[in-house]
Design a protein. Structure first.
Length: 227
């Protein structure tokens, strides 16, 4: 799949056809502002063509809102792929078309828990003072360690106990972040008058096994609305 450090934008003025802004590449943080600037510079346009592996969810949602507000169409030509965060740019379109051979690919929105936790555990504090400085909302002391060891029939020392607490805190934070992202996506789908059932299907598809939606699914979720 196409990968690029940031999105690129090409204005296509087509004689006797729709004027188009072609947006291609990975959606990086801040690309929603660049996308809006490209939309304004390319006017008059009627349609957005997309080719993207996704990227920043927040920017993808904002780009979709820009498309929706401008009442532009979105279009995937044959051979074009729109995955992950790109989905929401596409779903902002007033008229949404995917040609045979175009691919709309979805996967779950939640963060990779193992990767995020390991990044934080690698630098886990070794003393109570260091831990309390890093996690002031979760302050601990020797009494907490003693209570933990008694409850779990363990004999953890301070560094191992603090590492365990860092893992627990980070997993809970990831779960909260995932719930917040789900709420953001649900709000977007409601704004676009799209099926909220898409959120359930979207969240159940593993990051490791993204899936292309069938043409029947695209119609069923009202992702495409031209056939």
């Amino acid at each position: 799949m196409l990968s690029s450090p940031e999105m690129h934008f090409t204005s296509l003025k087509q004689k006797n056809k729709r004027n188009v802004l072609f947006a291609w590449g990975e959606i990086a943080s801040g690309d929603s502002d660049r996308f809006h600037e490209a939309m304004m510079a390319a006017r008059p346009i009627e349609e957005i063509w997309l080719l993207s592996p996704g990227g920043s969810l927040e920017d993808g949602l904002e780009m979709g809102r820009f498309v929706h507000k401008a009442k532009l169409g979105t279009h995937l030509l044959s051979g074009m792929v729109c995955a992950s965060a790109c989905n929401f740019v596409f779903m902002g379109g007033a008229v949404r078309t995917i040609d045979p051979g175009g691919s709309f690919i979805v996967h779950m929105f939640s963060a990779d828990i193992a990767s995020s936790v390991l990044d934080n555990v690698a630098d886990a504090p070794k003393t109570f003072d260091a831990f309390n400085g890093d996690y002031p909302d979760h302050k601990l002391d020797q009494a907490d360690l003693d209570a933990y060891n008694k409850e779990h029939n363990e004999k953890l020392d301070v560094p191992d106990y603090l590492m365990t607490m860092v893992v627990d805190i980070n997993i809970k934070q990831i779960q909260q972040d995932s719930a917040q992202r789900a709420a953001e996506i649900a709000r977007f789908l409601a704004e676009m008058e799209l099926s909220l059932r898409f959120l359930t299907a979207f969240a159940s598809i593993s990051n490791d096994h993204p899936r292309e939606l069938s043409r029947d699914e695209l119609r069923d979720f009202n992702i495409t609305n031209t056939d």
